[in-house]
Design a protein around this ligand. Sequence first.
Ligand SMILES: Cc1cc2nc3c(=O)[nH]c(=O)nc-3n(C[C@H](O)[C@H](O)[C@H](O)COP(=O)(O)O)c2cc1C
Length: 159
Amino acid sequence: MFALEVVEAVANEIGADRVGLRLSPYADYLDSGDSDPTALGVYMAESLNKYGILYCHMVEPRMKLAEESFEMTESLLHMRKAFKGTFIVAGGYDKDDGNKAVAENRTDLVAFGRLFLSNPNLPKRFELNAPLTKHDRNTYCLPDPVVGYTDYPFLEDTS
Ligand SMILES: Cc1cc2nc3c(=O)[nH]c(=O)nc-3n(C[C@H](O)[C@H](O)[C@H](O)COP(=O)(O)O)c2cc1C
């Protein structure tokens, strides 16, 4: 499989301990969807074990339904169990349910996308339980190098 060949080649070049892979088994953007995403995700997670890479990062199936965050019947638990290294999830988490996912051993780490985009010092805000700036969908992926990327205020700038 092409993805595994890439992992092997990169790991051989720079060392498996410097390689991580991010997968979105449930994504279906631009016809990328698979007929059996759970089986594919588990196959990938199992296959990656033999390379000893640093982490496997997967995007939650709920992200398939864009910005809505709600429970779906599919989950990454099968992949989490299949992969022997550090497992990272992303997709619709906030501080509390991220902590819960780690506490319940559903993942080792949680990655934040949109919250980090709109809150440049997100860890500090989490630490202080400070209010979060809402992300603005209208400024996602604009060609402007600043707008939507680096113009959100740091905690110090908010009143
Ligand atoms: C503006 C924007 C650009 C993104 N670009 C990518 C990308 O290039 N590759 C990718 O795998 N995910 C990309 N994502 C998805 C995020 O990495 C993340 O998986 C997603 O936003 C769900 O996590 P969240 O709920 O914490 O935001 C992007 C998300 C946003 C909002």
